[in-house]
Design a protein around this ligand. Structure first.
Ligand code: 10D
Ligand code: SF4
Length: 384
């Protein structure tokens, strides 16, 4: 059935892939594409609802840009520890361009250049890289770094830290590695009963950035029943992009017979969008990596199909899905916009400095989103 499992392990095995990326194809996010997808009235009333925001968040945009710019500046190969973001097409396209994705720093030749993925790494990984004299470019999203800093601070104050997140996910491994003696992972509501702490009055919760907002709140509620003095993190750990993409799906899903989420199986935030669609009233919801996975029988009798994509998904993959739907008669396109995003992160410092030194372009130009879209919830419009 439509519910997709969250396969938290990265798929770095390129040999078995069906995706055939063109190395010249655009890996840009939705903000770099025209805001309007052409729409034509459908005689049968068949309509696509296109969720906005969808696709690339600021952290993914920065991380993918970092690998692209490193390849341009230093030349191939550039090593990348783990998938730079959890998207098959991104990883395979960058591989075509000369990136070499490895599981660990031990797989990188001594003294070579390696990019750390957007999901972040533990201090131990930084130490391993230093021991091998690797030149590192840290593409950890600044919003993940923020959670790392919270973990360090609460560990310094000797709190028991409950990290709500998926065991085995790279972001969780990185955050936990900041203070392994103080942090325990709580996967979800089902884990709450077995949590053990030293002092119930000195417990704080923090979380992975890409969880379901509603499920996390349920977990926190249950934790608070056990530990009434549980401390909240100083600010939201589930990031603006995760919240906004789920918010748009919540509005779109009740109007949709079927929802299609573009995103890879190991992308936590993409898989959460399928769950949110189903919980919010979509008739059915499916995740696809690419347009060729869309199956016509999903739309038998359907009038309205919702489309969205995870934070690691280039817009080109969404446009391909829209094309397939148009061929199936869903020619009318309506934008369901619930938030406007204008968040940008600058490239990792050392990469930026090297780019500047050679006079190379530091920023990728982005086309502004449609400012006239129907916005009901504008969040996080700032540059860091
Ligand atoms: O699995 P995920 O949702 O955490 O990662 P993905 O690479 O799909 O999306 C970007 C999210 C990051 C880098 C976590 F902050
Ligand atoms: Fe950063 Fe959020 Fe994107 Fe993760 S999903 S990379 S935390 S902006």
């Amino acid at each position: 059935m439509p519910h997709q499992p969250n396969n938290a392990t990265s798929d770095l095995d390129m040999k078995n892939s069906e995706v055939m990326p063109d190395p010249t194809v655009s890996l840009a996010g939705a903000s770099a594409f025209p805001a309007d997808v052409p729409s034509k009235p459908s005689a049968e009333g068949k309509k696509i609802l296109l969720a906005t925001p969808r696709g690339y968040c600021a952290g993914v945009d920065r991380a993918v840009d970092a690998v692209e710019k490193a390849l341009d500046l230093y030349g191939a190969p550039v090593y990348v520890r783990k998938e730079i973001v959890h998207n098959k097409f991104v990883v395979e396209t960058l591989t075509e361009r000369g990136a070499i994705f490895v599981h660990d720093t031990d797989d990188v030749p001594e003294g070579a250049r390696v990019v750390f993925s957007a999901h972040g790494v533990s201090p131990e990984v930084h130490e391993q890289a230093a021991r091998r004299q690797l030149m590192t470019i840290d593409a950890t999203c600044p919003l993940v770094t923020k959670v790392h800093k919270q973990a360090v601070r609460f560990a310094d104050e000797d709190f028991d830290i409950l990290l709500i997140g998926h065991e085995g996910h790279e972001e969780v491994e990185g955050t936990q590695g900041e203070a392994p003696d103080h942090i325990q992972v709580v996967n979800g509501p089902e884990d709450v009963a077995t949590v053990q702490v030293r002092d119930p009055d000195r417990v704080v919760w923090i979380s992975q950035t890409t969880l379901s907002v509603d499920e996390t709140m349920k977990t926190v509620e249950l934790l608070r029943k056990r530990f009434p003095n549980l401390i909240d993190p100083p600010s939201d750990d589930i990031c603006y992009a995760t919240q906004n993409r789920q918010g748009a799906v919540k509005v779109m899903a009740p109007m949709a017979d079927v929802v299609i989420v573009v995103g890879s199986a190991n992308s936590s935030n993409s898989v959460r969008l399928v769950e949110v669609a189903l919980e919010s009233g979509a008739g059915a919801a499916y995740r696809v990596d690419k347009a060729s996975e869309v199956q016509r029988e999903w739309f038998t009798g359907a009038k309205t199909v919702g489309v969205t994509s995870g934070a690691s998904v280039p817009e080109i993959l969404v446009r391909d899905v829209v094309t397939v739907l148009k061929d199936a008669g869903f020619t009318e396109v309506e934008n369901v916009a619930t938030a406007q995003e204008d968040v940008r992160f600058s490239l990792p410092k050392n990469l930026r400095a090297d780019l500047k030194a050679t006079g190379a372009e530091v920023d990728r130009p982005h086309k502004a989103r449609d400012k006239n879209a129907n916005i009901s919830n504008a969040r996080a419009n700032k540059s860091i």
